[in-house]
Write a protein that binds this ligand. Sequence first.
Ligand SMILES: Nc1ncnc2c1ncn2[C@@H]1O[C@H](COP(=O)(O)OP(=O)(O)OP(=O)(O)O)[C@@H](O)[C@H]1O
Ligand SMILES: [Mg+2]
Length: 423
Amino acid sequence: MTAPSSGAGGGNLGRDLAGSESTSPTGEPPTPDEVRARLRGVVDPELGDDIVELGMVRRVEVGDAGDVHIEIALTIAACPLRAQIERDVRGQVATMPGVRAVELSMAQMDAEERAAVMARSRWRAREHAPDTAVPPSARVLAVGSGKGGVGKSSVTVNLAVALARRGLNVGVLDADIWGFSVPRLLGMEGAVEARAGKMVPLERQVGDGVLRVLSMGFLAGEDRAIMWRGLVLNRAVQQFLQDAHWQGIDYLMIDLPPGTGDVQMGLARLLPRTELVIVTTPPLAAQRVAARAADMARRGYLRVTGVVENMSDFTCEHGTSYPLFGSGGGARLAAELGVPLLGSIPLNPDMAAAGDAGQPVALGEGALAVVFGDLARTIAEDVAPLLEASSCTARLMERLEAAAGGARAQGADDPADALGVAR
Ligand SMILES: Nc1ncnc2c1ncn2[C@@H]1O[C@H](COP(=O)(O)OP(=O)(O)OP(=O)(O)O)[C@@H](O)[C@H]1O
Ligand SMILES: [Mg+2]
């Protein structure tokens, strides 16, 4: 349903009410400030900053009945991240207590607002993000959970395989420095070589795609890992991001170690566009811990892309399903976090056997391969599609960079002047 545009602000792109009604809000409606605080959980993955900080939230109004009206200003109207930002805003606000409906108006920034965003991201880029070797066009998905043993590594490698089967080049970074398991799960061994002073990830062809994998297991050997104990965790992950050849990858999948902690925060600093896929199992306890992990991610400004439920219903050879660990946990956590449930992976002994054999289930043709194929499709086509080179912010950044080069050549102080951007 599309309602007439409010006419507020410049270049209003219309609003819609679809999909965000809930008839029985619980509690008092939030204040506009509380809504703004919640919107800090919506991150522009290209700029690695939240939409409030980026000045994209122009207006927040809350009616007595819990109807929330939010006006979002995009850098350009045709921003390919528009659908994602809309979904994230709705997801965040619709799940707040006391909210009955969320009404969004999408507007376009004027030249001054755009200049402010670009100035801010330029400042951030200069001040914060160290250079990594991960190409700007690659989408970075870290797989985490608050708890050990829920299947993060299994999900990481199988999802990487399923994405590669779609013809994509997928980097796999095993950020579980001490407890690495990616080499074993992928049946890969060897020693990382250096080219031009940088590590070359080990490769495995999968269909038309390729996996490029880095793990401490290729540096230390399983039994020598203990010798690396003195190494600061984050430093190792930083080296994997900076001093490695990651050119040409479409996705980078990062297998996080168990727990919340350092590596997530390090990623928020090193590669702020990292997005988090949270793995949980059906029981409530796992969800609570996973919710804490998501909360950490938010505070470190990582966008949470969605939830994967692992070890869901077990189906026996007669085709009967048993929810051995309970059911619906993934969906409940997703709803609580205001993000989509990306998929549910059944409990199946084949997962463990395939892992031990170094032949991920996603390589085969069985039911589990179909599940991971669907998960990869959801990610690649819906929730985290590739950012095209022409995408809004990337394009602005490119123009800015080009102008910066030109401006420096001409001795101008500010590249925005060379761009002709109003300040
Ligand atoms: N859907 C599943 N069905 C059956 N077994 C599974 C499933 N998913 C994972 N497993 C098994 O559970 C164990 C833990 O999985 P995995 O190592 O992927 O978890 P993790 O979250 O990465 O653990 P850690 O926190 O130690 O890194 C492994 O033996 C794996 O084979
Ligand atoms: Mg693991």
